[in-house]
Design a protein around this ligand. Structure first.
Ligand SMILES: [Zn+2]
Ligand SMILES: [Zn+2]
Length: 170
């Protein structure tokens, strides 16, 4: 992340956390890039005030996606700070914060939108759709892993087993 971009983000979050009713929360949150993250763009640990981002977001071409993912995860931390564990991770409270930030709240991002997204050569012929029947959330990726669980369900201590379907990439 370059300096100017980072300064702009700080300014954005200073305004946003004010509007969200959690002034200055962003200053307490630690953001790390994780090269090992392959199945999601971001992950947040609200209790530890930690946000982990997929290193692919470091690619300049993914600047907008980086801003959105940061906002997505920061909104989770804000929701946790406002409501604790009582509300759903991507529920109306979270959605409202995303709209205040100027985003249409979305939970899944098509891998096609991500520049430089690593694809495993062994599975590159196929696209895997992971679907959570409980949350009705879809995540599309070029690979799959049996251990994948729905992020929202896991947080609510639900099994979060995903239905995986495979189709040829077009
Ligand atoms: Zn989320
Ligand atoms: Zn789920």
């Amino acid at each position: 992340m370059d300096f100017v971009w980072e300064q702009n983000q700080k300014k954005t979050f200073r305004h946003l956390t004010n509007r969200w009713g959690v002034s200055g929360l962003h200053k307490k949150v630690n953001v790390q890039f994780s090269p090992r993250m392959t199945t999601s763009l971001g992950r947040c640990y609200p209790v530890r005030k930690l946000i982990r981002l997929n290193s692919v977001l470091n690619d300049r071409r993914n600047r907008e996606l980086l801003a959105e993912t940061l906002c997505h995860e920061m909104a989770h931390v804000a929701v946790f700070s406002l409501h604790g564990k009582k509300v759903k991770p991507h529920g109306v409270e979270w959605q409202a914060l995303m709209r205040m930030a100027g985003y249409e709240p979305r939970v899944s991002i098509d891998a096609k939108e991500i520049a430089g997204h690593k694809r495993r050569t062994t599975s590159s012929k196929y696209i895997y759709t992971h679907y959570c029947p409980r949350c009705k959330i879809k995540f599309i990726a070029g690979r799959t892993d049996r251990r994948w669980r729905c992020e929202s369900c896991s947080r609510e201590k639900q099994p979060g087993v995903l239905l995986v379907s495979k189709r040829l990439r077009d």
